[in-house]
Design a protein around this ligand. Structure first.
Ligand SMILES: Nc1nc2c(ncn2[C@@H]2O[C@H](COP(=O)(O)OP(=O)(O)OP(=O)(O)O)[C@@H](O)[C@H]2O)c(=O)[nH]1
Ligand SMILES: [Mg+2]
Length: 320
């Protein structure tokens, strides 16, 4: 009984800590989005065409992009009409409501963590794939799961070493081969190991940089095939890692990867300190792929499940 209460308190504390970190990390993004929005809200007293145009412009330049800003403005106009709103100040709440609706996720996003799963981490070079794998390994090990990592980025020796270091830090097993070996062979071995050891989660690293884009996509296709063939009963989770500091570019990357992979979720990294976090809104709105995790630092604990409601609240509320 007491223990339960302690746990609950710990959970609440942890949640507060996470939220605090999110609020802090989003400072520049908030200034970028809300700074512009508040300026428009403050400089108009009447809701007219000029007001709408300036508001739309503020959203576009805050990295939400043209398409997302247009979607938001259409809905907003509708809501203003329906609710017969006259005061521009009230539009702030409407906007928050609208973003919360746009960002709403289904409930079963993390079911894969309760199943036997193979998680394939994909994305272009430097976005934070290997770091994310280390953080995920740590998180699931802490939750009592048996985790195995596969060093599927064999393009550079340093990539294998980097993952080996993370596997040590997290205290989980690593399956690897030497540089330039076939990533398919590494993943094949890792799948056999996961089955033999009855692992809960196998997380596979992949190369972000190959000789060219076509190679990269071919390689990924091969890996998908091996996984499906060798372990059909495992749940397949494909997480695309995107660097939030690249803004609209991240959205373009997502569109390209979407063509070759059934992406089940996005990991948005480097949200700490960037002003371009508005891209999270654009990704959810335009691609219809849920952002599942966000990276808020380089440390082992700096990966959070993405709570979109919290994200919007953190954007609109400085104290949290
Ligand atoms: N501030 C911050 N830095 C991060 C975050 N995630 C990753 N990084 C840093 O980004 C850099 C690149 O991360 P990696 O994990 O090596 O990226 P990668 O996608 O594996 O790169 P390649 O293997 O070259 O394709 C490293 O310096 C990480 O520490 C984050 O959430 N916040
Ligand atoms: Mg890497």
């Amino acid at each position: 009984m007491f223990k339960k209460k302690d746990n609950q308190e710990k959970d609440t504390q942890e949640k507060k800590g996470f939220f605090g970190k999110l609020v802090k990390g989003l400072t520049k993004t908030r200034d970028n989005i809300l700074g512009g929005v508040d300026q428009v809200l403050g400089s108009f007293t009447k809701i007219d065409e000029d007001f709408y145009e300036e508001l739309e412009e503020a959203l576009i330049v805050a990295d939400l992009g043209v398409n997302t800003a247009m979607t938001i403005m259409e809905d907003l106009r509708q809501k203003v009409k329906e609710k017969k709103i006259k005061d521009t100040a009230e539009v702030r709440d409407l906007l928050m409501e609208e973003l919360q609706e746009l960002m709403k996720n289904e409930e079963n996003l993390y079911d894969f963590t309760e199943k036997k799963s193979i998680v394939l981490i994909i994305g272009v070079n430097g976005v934070g794939k290997t770091t994310t794998i280390g953080k995920l390994a740590h998180q699931y090990k802490e939750a009592g799961k048996k985790v195995i990592l596969a060093a599927g980025d064999t393009f550079r020796a340093a990539a294998i070493d980097q993952l080996a270091e993370w596997s040590n830090r997290a205290g989980v097993e690593l399956i690897s081969q030497q540089e330039n070996s076939d990533p398919g062979a590494v993943v094949y071995d890792a799948v056999q190991a996961a089955k033999a050891r009855n692992a809960d989660i196998l997380i596979c690293d992949t190369a972000g940089r190959l000789h060219n884009k076509k190679n990269l996509m071919e390689e990924l296709r091969k890996l998908f095939k091996i996984i499906s063939r060798e372990y059909p009963e495992a749940h397949k989770e494909v997480l695309l890692v995107l660097d939030s500091t690249t803004g609209q570019n991240a959205l373009q990357q997502a569109k390209q990867f979407k063509d070759i992979a059934d992406i089940t979720g996005i990991v948005l990294t480097k949200l700490d300190g960037t002003a371009k976090g508005g891209i999270a809104i654009a990704i959810q709105t335009e691609l219809n792929i849920p952002v599942k995790y966000i990276g808020v630092g380089e440390g082992m604990d700096d990966l959070q499940r993405f709570d979109s409601e919290e994200f919007v609240t953190a954007l609109f509320n400085e104290e949290g």
